[in-house]
Design a protein around this ligand. Structure first.
Ligand SMILES: Cc1cc2nc3c(=O)[nH]c(=O)nc-3n(C[C@H](O)[C@H](O)[C@H](O)COP(=O)(O)O)c2cc1C
Length: 368
């Protein structure tokens, strides 16, 4: 029997199989970031399609932490009823649901947030010219509180878990990385100082949700830039997090602009599971449930990874945009995802995520 279809736990949460839908910004929101009917239907289809744990797209904990237009908001209690509809839809279909919470820090634009982006240090992001505002001690503490309040809303909305977005160069990653954090106060200076922001976020989130509510993290294990974090640093951060009660680590990496986390042209048998060494390296070093994401396309490889203990869960994003029912297709005998990792879903400016290749195929089919 396939290990992928056996249940497993993250903290007290039992998940019916080993498939996770990795956080994916669905862009299916109203202008103010509130959940729409379309989003509820979309999450229902994922749950009906058999995914064990579904993690929403990253939801911003404060208006100044919004990273892109059409992103889910969680900075106010008024967003809770909409989010609750997602949790209920997923539960109705036997799945588990989590919300990923985030603050974009410098990885946004003044046109989106209406002012200068915030950051640990006044170092522009990528090729942007805007120099971000360096957070004061007090402002940093306030953002910790925004994360805690958002986590409280996740629980109030009836979700099973919360995931901190500590990957892809957003604020948590900006504090962790020596490339973006040049502070000389208690929030920087050395590895311990750079870890303090995440440590404080976890401490306050835990206080807010209590000890029995799973708190997960998607963590950048490596920055893929000179002088950035390397795998050994990612493992060291994971160890500290585990000591402080994190329930699972999803291993990812890279800043958004490098697009290391969404590598292109991955196909079954070609460039698959590109962060496998992150998960296996972490599993060997720290006793924590590990979720592997990044270019997983063939069932046999996923089976091998989980069976060999290199990861406890496999997590997918792009393949589930194209085939929300992929997990049940696997159960019925399919052996690989048909996603070609072209990234058009990611780069498209359309109001909601969809597989544009599929759309074209269907259009071609109906014309022919
Ligand atoms: C359209 C799109 C939106 C994404 N949004 C998020 C997000 O909100 N949070 C996050 O952690 N990762 C996000 N990602 C990254 C994915 O979760 C995942 O880490 C990456 O795509 C690699 O997995 P895959 O090969 O299965 O697609 C997004 C990816 C895509 C394609």
């Amino acid at each position: 029997m396939s290990v992928l279809f056996t249940p497993a736990r993250i903290g007290p949460m039992e998940i019916k199989n080993r498939f996770v839908r990795s956080a994916t910004n669905d862009r299916m929101v109203a202008d103010d970031g509130a959940v729409t009917d379309e989003a509820v239907d979309f999450y229902r289809s994922l749950a009906r399609g058999g995914v064990g744990l579904i993690i929403t797209g990253h939801a911003y904990v404060h208006p100044l932490g919004q990273g892109s237009v059409r992103q889910t908001a969680i900075y106010d209690d008024r967003f809770v009823p909409g989010l609750r509809r997602i949790a209920e839809a997923v539960h109705d279909c036997g799945g588990r649901a989590a919300v990923q919470i985030t603050h974009a820090g410098r990885q946004t634009r003044p046109e989106i947030i209406g002012t200068t982006p915030l950051a640990p240090s006044a170092i522009p992001y990528g090729l942007q010219k805007t120099v971000p505002h360096e957070l004061s001690d007090e402002e940093t503490e306030q953002i910790v509180e925004f994360f805690a309040a958002a986590a409280g809303r996740v629980k109030a909305a009836g979700f099973d878990a919360v995931q901190l977005h500590g990957a892809h160069g957003y604020l948590i990653g900006q504090f962790l990385s020596p490339v973006s954090n040049r502070r000389t106060d208690r929030w920087g200076k050395d590895e311990k100082g750079r870890f303090r922001f995440l440590s404080e976020v976890l401490r306050r989130v835990r206080e807010e949700v209590g000890k029995d509510f799973p708190v997960l993290i998607k963590l950048g294990m490596e920055d893929f830039v000179d002088d950035g974090l390397k795998l050994a640093d990612g493992i060291s951060v994971s160890r500290r997090l585990r000591e402080r009660g994190i329930d699972a680590v999803e291993t990812s990496g890279g800043f958004s602009e490098g697009m290391q986390n969404t590598r292109r042209n991955v196909l079954p048998g070609k460039g698959e599971a590109y962060f496998r060494h992150f998960a296996s390296g972490l599993k060997k070093s720290v006793d924590v449930p590990v979720i592997l994401v990044g270019g997983l396309r063939s069932l046999a490889l996923m089976e091998e990874i989980v069976r060999s203990g290199e990861a406890d869960f496999v997590s997918l994003s792009r393949p589930l945009i194209r085939e929300p029912d992929l997990v049940s297709s696997f159960e019925k005998g399919a052996s690989e995802a048909s996603c070609i990792s072209c990234n058009r879903c990611l780069l498209s400016q359309k109001p909601e995520i969809k597989c544009l290749v599929l759309e074209e195929e269907l259009r071609g089919g109906s014309e022919g």
